[in-house]
Design a protein around this ligand. Structure first.
Ligand code: UGA
Length: 443
C-alpha cells in the first residue's frame, strides 16, 4: 500500500518506519528542509530506542523515503496521514494551524480519491474542520473529487514507541465510511494478526478517546501524588499504600507511581486542551482542571524540600541533579519536572550540576551556556563539590548507589528523591537525610 505521512516529528517518523517495516511504501514529507536532508543522510533527529535502525533498514529496502515536495506527497499515497504538531495555544487550546495547513495542501494538489487520516492529537471536531478546508480548496479549483477524513489517534509512549506501535492494545479508527474501514484494515493488517485490535467508531468518539485516555492516566498520577502528600503529613509511606491499593485489580499497579509530577509533550498539553474544550462547550470539567493544578503544585515539591533542608538559604549552594528528561529512555525535556526545579534554583541564586544519559544536548539547546549550569559528563561528576543531590528521572543508572561514598562526597548530607528509588533505611543508615515523595518517616 502507498502511504504518505505529513510531519516527520516523533509520531510521523515512528508511524512511517513501522508501516514501512511491514512492507508498505511510505513517503514522509516535512516542510523543514534541513530535517529532511538529515533524514536522507540517515540521521534521525530524535532519540527513540530502535528507531534509527528501523529507518536505516527500510530506507535501504527502498520502502521509506523522505521529501519536502508536497505535490509528490499528495500524489503518492491513497492514505494521507497528518502527523504534524498541535502545540498549546496561549489559552491552553490546541493550535491547529499546522494540521489545517496540511489539509489545505492536500486539497490544493489532490487529483484523485484520498483518505486523510488525522493522527495528530486534535480536539473533537477537527476532522470536520479538515474536511471543510479540503472541500473549500477543491471548490476553488472547481473540482469535485471524493475524499474521506478519519481519525486514528496514536497511543505511543516515548521510549517504547515501536513496541507500542507493533503490540499496542488497540487501533482506534473513527469513520462512518466502509471504504475507509477496508483501507485501514489493509494498512494495519500486519499489526493485527493474533486478535482483532481494530476498533471502528464515530469520528468524534475516536477524537475524544485520545483525550480521555491521556486525561485518565494523568488523573491516576495526580491522584497518587495527592495521596502521597497526605501520607507525608500522616506519617504513612506511599510505597506501602501503593502496593496496598494496586493489588485490587479494579485499581491495578500501572500508573500509580508517585513522583515529582508528570511532564512530556502529551499529558500537560492534552489535559489543558481538554479543560479548554470543556469550558468551550459550557461544561467546565472540575476534575480535569484539578488534575492540572495538582500537577503544577507537585512540580514544585522538590524545590520546597530543598528549601526545607537548607532553611530557605539556597543562595550560593550547588545542587547536583540526576535526570533532566521528563522520563527515562528519552532526551525529551518538554514540561520536565527538572526544568521547574532548575529554574526555581537559579531564581534562588543556586547553581546546578546536572547529569542525564541522553538529554544534555537538549538542555544546552534550551538554556544555552550559563554560569549557574554545569552539564556533567558522567553521573558522579555531577556530585563533585555539590551540597545536595536531587533525582528527577528514574534512569536505570541511578538505581545503584553507594550511600557511604555519596555521604563522603556531598558537602551536606541531603538527598532529595523525586522518584522514590531507594529504601529509606539504606539511605539514612549512611547518615544522609532522605527527602522522598510521600514517605512520612523518611525525612
Ligand atoms: C503518554 C501516554 O502514556 C501514551 O499512551 C500517549 O500515547 C502519549 O502520552 C501521547 O499522547 O502521545 P508519554 O508522554 O510518552 O506517553 O509518557 P508516559 O510514559 O505516559 O509518562 C508521562 C509522565 O508521567 C512522565 O513524566 C512520567 O514520569 C509520569 N508518570 C508516569 C508518573 O509520574 N507516574 C506514573 O505512574 C507514570
Amino acid at each position: 500500500m502507498r502511504i504518505t505521512i505529513f510531519g516527520s516529528g516523533y509520531v510521523g517518523l515512528v508511524t512511517g518506519a513501522c508501516l514501512a517495516d511491514v512492507g508498505h511504501d511510505v513517503l514522509c514529507v516535512d516542510v523543514d528542509a534541513d530535517k529532511i536532508a538529515r533524514l536522507n543522510e540517515g540521521e534521525v533527529p530524535i532519540y527513540e530506542p530502535g528507531l534509527e535502525a528501523l529507518i536505516r533498514q527500510n530506507r535501504a529496502a527502498g520502502r521509506l523515503r523522505f521529501t519536502t515536495d508536497a505535490v509528490e506527497a499528495v500524489a503518492f499515497g491513497l492514505l494521507q496521514f497528518i502527523a504534524v504538531g498541535t502545540p498549546s495555544d496561549e489559552d491552553g487550546s490546541a493550535d491547529l494551524r499546522h494540521v489545517l495547513k496540511v489539509a489545505e495542501t492536500i486539497g490544493r494538489h489532490m487529483t484523485q480519491y484520498r483518505i486523510i487520516v488525522d493522527k495528530s492529537t486534535v480536539p473533537v471536531g477537527t476532522a470536520s474542520k479538515v474536511e471543510r478546508v479540503i472541500a473549500a480548496e477543491l471548490d476553488g479549483r472547481r473540482l469535485q473529487l471524493p475524499f474521506d477524513v478519519c481519525s486514528n489517534p496514536e497511543f505511543l509512549k516515548e521510549g517504547a514507541a515501536i513496541e507500542d506501535f507493533s503490540r499496542g492494545s488497540r487501533i482506534v479508527v473513527g469513520t462512518e465510511s466502509e471504504r475507509v474501514r477496508s483501507a485501514m484494515r489493509e494498512c494495519y493488517g500486519p499489526y493485527n494478526r493474533n486478535r482483532d485490535k481494530l476498533m471502528f467508531m464515530g469520528v468524534r468518539s475516536a477524537e475524544l478517546t485520545k483525550y480521555a485516555a491521556n486525561a485518565m492516566l494523568a488523573t491516576k498520577i495526580s491522584f497518587i501524588n495527592e495521596i502521597a502528600n497526605l501520607a507525608e503529613r500522616l506519617g504513612a509511606d506511599i510505597e506501602e499504600v501503593r502496593h496496598g491499593i494496586g493489588s485490587d485489580p479494579r485499581i491495578g499497579y500501572h500508573f500509580i507511581y508517585p513522583g515529582c509530577g508528570y511532564g512530556g509533550s502529551c499529558f500537560p498539553k492534552d489535559v489543558k486542551a481538554l479543560a479548554h474544550t470543556a469550558e468551550h462547550v459550557g461544561h467546565p470539567a472540575e476534575m480535569i482542571a484539578a488534575v492540572e493544578r495538582v500537577n503544577a503544585r507537585q512540580k514544585s515539591r522538590l524545590f520546597e524540600m530543598l528549601c526545607q533542608a537548607f532553611h530557605g538559604q539556597l543562595t550560593g549552594r550547588t545542587i547536583a541533579l540526576w535526570g533532566l528528561a521528563f522520563k527515562p529512555n528519552t532526551d525529551d525535556m518538554r514540561e520536565a519536572p527538572s526544568r521547574a526545579l532548575m529554574e526555581a534554583l537559579w531564581e534562588a541564586g543556586a547553581r546546578v550540576q546536572a547529569f542525564d544519559p541522553e538529554a544534555a544536548d537538549e538542555c544546552r539547546r534550551l538554556y544555552g551556556e550559563r554560569d549557574d549550569l554545569v552539564l556533567a559528563g558522567y553521573r558522579d561528576e555531577a556530585l563533585e563539590g555539590a551540597d545536595a543531590l536531587v533525582i528527577c528521572t528514574e534512569w536505570k543508572a541511578f538505581r545503584t548507589v553507594d550511600f557511604e561514598a555519596l555521604r563522603a562526597t556531598l558537602r551536606e548530607p541531603v538527598v532529595v528523591d523525586g522518584r522514590n528509588l531507594f529504601p529509606p533505611e539504606s539511605v539514612k543508615a549512611a547518615g544522609l537525610a532522605y527527602y522522598a515523595i510521600g514517605r512520612g518517616d523518611s525525612v
